[in-house]
Design a protein around this ligand. Sequence first.
Ligand SMILES: Cc1cc2nc3c(=O)[nH]c(=O)nc-3n(C[C@H](O)[C@H](O)[C@H](O)COP(=O)(O)OP(=O)(O)OC[C@H]3O[C@@H](n4cnc5c(N)ncnc54)[C@H](O)[C@@H]3O)c2cc1C
Length: 457
Amino acid sequence: MEHDGVNSYWHESVTSTEVEHESLNSDIDVDIAIVGAGYSGLWTAYYIKKLQPDARVVVIESNNVGFGASGRNGGWCSGFLPMTLSEIEKQHNRLAAIEMCRQSFATIDEIEKTLKSENIDCDFHRGGTIHGATNAVQHTRVIEEVEELHSYGFSDNDSRMLTNEESRAKINIAGILAASYTPHCATIHPLKLVSGLAKVVERMGIKIYENSRVIEINPRLIKLKNSIVRAEVVIRATEGFTSQIKHHRRTLAPLYSYMVATEPLTKSQRDEIGWENRETYHDARNMIIYVQITHDGRIAFGGRGAPYHFGSRIEPAFDNHDEIHQRIISSMHEVFPVTKNLEVTHRWGGPLGVPRNWKPSVNFDRRSGLASLGGYVGDGVAATNLAARTLAHLIADDKHPLTNLAWVNQQSRKWEIEPLRYFGINGLLRLSNNMDKHECETGTVDKFRAKVLAQFI
Ligand SMILES: Cc1cc2nc3c(=O)[nH]c(=O)nc-3n(C[C@H](O)[C@H](O)[C@H](O)COP(=O)(O)OP(=O)(O)OC[C@H]3O[C@@H](n4cnc5c(N)ncnc54)[C@H](O)[C@@H]3O)c2cc1C
């Protein structure tokens, strides 16, 4: 299926029943205008309309629905956020940390329930996730992660260490020393989810405009090339592309994540790996990898750590990166030796939105009518739903408990100006990579590098 040149396995695996949306060429006046038709924008539209059925809501998209990360991600619908409980406690308090985590886990149920009630078929499968360790440092990290969760009152039902037999019975990973399991994760087909959501919000009476690039966002006013939009509330849901909007160059840094997908595994290859319940898999290296086995039995393997582009540039050419894709394929061969005999049929990538403090936030200023949600780093598939519900309740001003969550109105400070941003981010990425090499070779942590990294992430 043609989808603005994004060459992901997800795009190719759907038959096109896409509805095209007109672009915005005249001035309009609405109650709520949302910029960006990814999960953030569309879930927000959905929950606002549920709470305020009479509100006139529009979604304005520069390309087409799901063009961003929402149409091309790894399909991990995970209850984990890119911030630890202790980080949230340090910034707020213990109860705030527990509540944030509890709501985040419960979001997987909310998504599952809504997919059913709205008839969205996106291959949702709740297999949980396995966190593996292939060296001594990773082993300690996996244990500490489970222990941290338990120290905040969560139980084995939320996360637990697996015995070696249990781990092997679930999935056969080369060289695995230990692993933990959590049920708070599902796999989805990302593009089917975002397209399904768009259809639902349209049925609710929300207008979506495509090929309509917003140039500037101001209180109660959005500027496009040929038109303006006046709205009581203006919501920015532009994540990895935010740097392209006037005055937002330093709000979120676009970091690229890349993926590959293999041809479907044969029965004997599948038998060798096991993986009957299709859990998602990652290991505890610093430079994150993420894996799922798709509905039709392909391995979809992703990795972060690609270099940041000077000036927060985003270009279609950056969606592919030979060196990083090769690195991801090597990691895939390491983790699943059986994939050495499989053809890699698809390679793609896209930008994530990373705030200076690496923590997502939901922001609303009633006086100016400006709102935003995002900064999920690479963990936004489920978090967008929780962020959207949080924002919808903030706007409805209904004093809902979600409006007290720790991420409300916690916008990060801006990134440094260039060239500091370029050297800083790429320095951190190199540091993470070197730490992984050091940990793998020596089985020990380089305490100095770990300390430097902890200052920033
Ligand atoms: C390769 C990859 C793999 C990932 N894997 C996972 C995963 O497995 N699990 C997970 O939880 N997260 C993952 N993520 C992150 C996750 O996909 C995102 O956090 C999530 O999709 C963010 O949704 P969003 O709607 O906020 O942003 P996006 O989906 O990026 O949507 C933003 C939209 O805004 C539009 N837009 C931007 N600027 C303008 C403008 N000026 N005018 C109009 N429209 C504009 C864009 O075209 C885009 O459609 C991954 C990301 C990538 C790139």
